[in-house]
Design a protein around this ligand. Structure first.
Ligand SMILES: [Zn+2]
Ligand SMILES: [Zn+2]
Length: 346
């Protein structure tokens, strides 16, 4: 089968490799849609421990497809099922796993990161992922693309649950990429009074506004001054950073008002995550600060439910389709911030 494997930093290759063999408790999936995300970009730019020319890895952790074959002992799933794949699975036994947060398990693995993933014709779903319910059967009205985008969408939902968005909140999302748009969609859904969005790339802001008409886009060189003006000096209720830029994190505390909240969503580039923060702003403004990573299976299923109910949409975030052979150029386009999400399929 065809697959895209990462060998080392900036070394990905399209290859013909054997179709995966599955065990009795495993599932073989024919991939129908897979997307590149920021994590893939970091793996591509910096390499990843455990991945080397001797041990290349099929990338791709945002994926959906059709079950081709199930092992003889697999129950609950059958060939032909349309499924989305939550990539993170844990040991199943530790306190985090038992609490439903297998993504926080110290032994957690991730399809497309620590085991072979979805930038291939077929992917093997390992036994713990099959047993723990990482395969989500898609309702008929949820496309493969939307199913695959349930991965980043549920990461965003995790952030929403952690930091909260309340009726009437004034929310600012910094970063108008696909993740920023997902945050805006959920903020609108949660009843925010006003959702502002800022990005240096005005084209991206326009794309966001087309998809979430309720947002107000802010084009400014002086974000603190602009926020001060529109909130009458009160500051925002919530700032969500959806851009991996240290200076944005440094600025965030000054944009929120009393009892404000800040969500550091995007991780910062390796070596740049030490930033200067005025902690007196946390103290004197009683701020609540959080970050989140990945998602629980419950949150993943919640997003699929919301997509199926028509409460959230993801198909409008797909701006292109590409053959697997074009994956490296898709990666480069993500790095340049072009388009939103391109669905890859062999
Ligand atoms: Zn991702
Ligand atoms: Zn565990």
């Amino acid at each position: 089968m065809k697959a895209i494997r990462l060998y080392d930093k900036e070394d990905i290759r399209i290859e013909d490799i054997p179709k995966p063999e599955i065990g009795n408790h495993e599932v073989l999936l024919r991939v129908k849609s897979a997307f590149v995300c920021g994590t893939d970009v970091r793996m591509y730019k910096n390499g990843k421990s455990g991945i080397s020319p001797d041990n290349p890895r099929v990338m791709g952790h945002e994926l959906a497809g059709v079950i081709e074959k199930t092992g003889s002992e697999v129950t609950h799933y059958k060939a032909g099922d349309r499924v989305s794949v939550a990539p993170n699975y844990g040991c199943g036994v530790c306190d985090f796993c038992v609490s439903g947060n297998s993504q926080l398990c110290s032994e957690s693995e991730a399809i497309g990161i620590s085991v072979d993933g979805g930038f291939a014709e077929y992917v093997r779903i390992p036994e713990p992922a099959v047993r723990q319910g990482n395969l989500m059967v898609l309702p008929e009205n949820v496309s493969f693309e939307a199913g695959a985008l349930a991965e980043p969408f549920s990461c965003v939902y995790n952030a929403y649950e952690k930091i909260g968005i309340y009726p009437g909140d004034r929310v600012l999302v910094i970063g108008a990429g696909p993740i920023g748009i997902m945050h805006a969609k959920i903020a609108v859904l949660a009843g925010a009074g006003q959702v502002y969005m800022n990005d240096l790339n005005t084209g991206r802001l326009e794309q966001a506004k087309e998809r979430v008409p309720q947002i107000e886009t802010l084009v400014t060189d002086d974000l603190p001054g602009e926020i001060d003006k529109i909130t009458g000096g009160k500051g925002l209720d919530l700032v969500i950073t959806a851009a991996s830029v240290p200076v944005i994190q440094e600025m965030a505390f000054s944009l929120v008002g009393m009892n404000g909240r800040v969500m550091f969503f995007g991780g910062l580039p390796h070596g740049k995550s030490v930033v200067q923060l005025d902690t007196n702003e946390i103290h004197y403004k009683q701020l609540l600060i959080s970050g989140t990573t990945r998602q629980s299976l419950r949150q993943y299923r919640k997003i699929i439910h919301l997509l199926s109910e028509g409460v959230l949409s993801a198909d409008d975030i797909v701006t292109g389709h590409a053959d697997g052979s074009e994956a490296e150029s898709v990666l480069q386009a993500v790095i340049r911030g072009e388009g939103l999400k391109t669905s890859i399929r062999f």
